[in-house]
Design a protein around this ligand. Structure first.
Ligand SMILES: C[S@@+](CC[C@H](N)C(=O)[O-])C[C@H]1O[C@@H](n2cnc3c(N)ncnc32)[C@H](O)[C@@H]1O
Length: 298
């Protein structure tokens, strides 16, 4: 597999979804991501401006026309933000965002004064992000770590970037696994295992191979392949639990978009393409104790 020379197109689509949701083009009651629009390319920003000028009822129609696609991304982001809130309350002060793309958490999450954030992604994708956020100050101590999960040594790169493996970390792996071959997923999880002090946790989103609307999923599969980022890493819930378990991580929850909506008191989305979120913690914490049964919803 060749190294990627251009910035990720799917990261732009996902950031556009968050920017549109911030502008009210979503079935969610509310979604705030004021940084998303700034991270977009000038072209995407013009499209966003035009859509934002539409009256609210038309924006809602547009949202419905995307068959729930504009709900999935912001609901997923909000569900992962909730994982961070729980981790932060338990004293976690490090966040590693694996495949960060145009994620704006380092600028939009509150109370990051004593938090370190490591954004890991392809160098080309990070380069396109630098300029757009240069004017914004993050409260966090922010590190950009250029890594290709399929080629580079993530563990060495994080150590060189001052990530502290003796302190707990929240690992966010959002919307990335479907684009990675299994071997890259496994090697990344082994680094997560090696650098996760007790108290660490991971939020990993993944796309199952089955249960989608066939036509809509075929169209999405064709789109991402055309963008040069094909789905190569679809996984079942059992497979994810097994991968996490193998990496010393104990699954505590595995939820879907309906659950994320309910957690945030939002209207459940129309789901044509399924995506799930696995949350796991370092299992060493339960050695000698009773591990809780995971909350795995259907
Ligand atoms: C769909 S985007 C998601 C971005 C971000 N996590 C979000 O939710 O906004 C997928 C991201 O994974 C990154 N990615 C995919 N394969 C990668 C690899 N082999 N090494 C590093 N990053 C990779 C892409 O560059 C892109 O930023």
């Amino acid at each position: 597999m060749q190294k990627r020379a251009t910035s990720s197109a799917t990261s732009r689509l996902v950031a556009m979804s968050r920017a549109l949701a911030h502008a009210g083009v979503t079935g969610m009651a509310q979604f705030d991501d004021p940084v998303a629009a700034e991270l977009l390319s000038p072209q995407y920003r013009s499209i966003l401006r035009a859509i934002s000028l539409l009256p609210l009822p038309l924006r809602r129609v547009l949202s419905r026309a995307t068959l729930g696609g504009l709900d999935l991304v912001p609901l997923r982001a909000a569900a992962i933000d909730a994982v961070w809130l729980r981790a932060q309350q338990q004293g976690v002060r490090q966040i590693v965002i694996l495949g960060a793309g145009l994620d704006g958490r380092a600028w939009r999450l509150p109370h990051l004064q004593d938090v370190g954030v490591w954004e890991v992604d392809h160098p080309a994708t990070q380069a396109s992000k630098y300029g757009r956020v240069a004017h914004r100050r993050s409260e966090a101590t922010l590190h950009f770590v250029p890594v290709d999960f399929a080629h580079d040594d993530l563990g060495v790169a994080l150590a060189q970037a001052a990530h502290d493996a003796s302190e707990p970390t929240l690992w966010i792996w959002e919307g990335v696994a479907p684009y990675l071959p299994m071997v890259a997923v496994q090697s990344t999880l082994s680094v997560v295992q090696a650098r996760s002090a007790p108290g660490s946790r991971i939020a990993l989103s993944y796309i199952p191979a089955t249960g989608h609307n066939r036509l809509v999923f075929a169209a999405l599969t064709a789109l991402v392949a055309r963008l040069g980022e094909p789905f190569v890493g679809l996984m079942s819930t059992a497979q994810v639990a097994e991968l996490l378990n193998h990496a010393g991580l104990l699954l505590v929850a595995d939820t879907d978009a309906g659950d994320w909506a309910r957690q945030g008191s939002h209207r459940p989305p129309q789901v044509w393409v399924r995506e799930r979120l696995a949350e796991a913690i370092v299992s060493v914490e339960f050695l000698g104790g009773q591990a809780p049964a995971p909350n795995v919803t259907k």
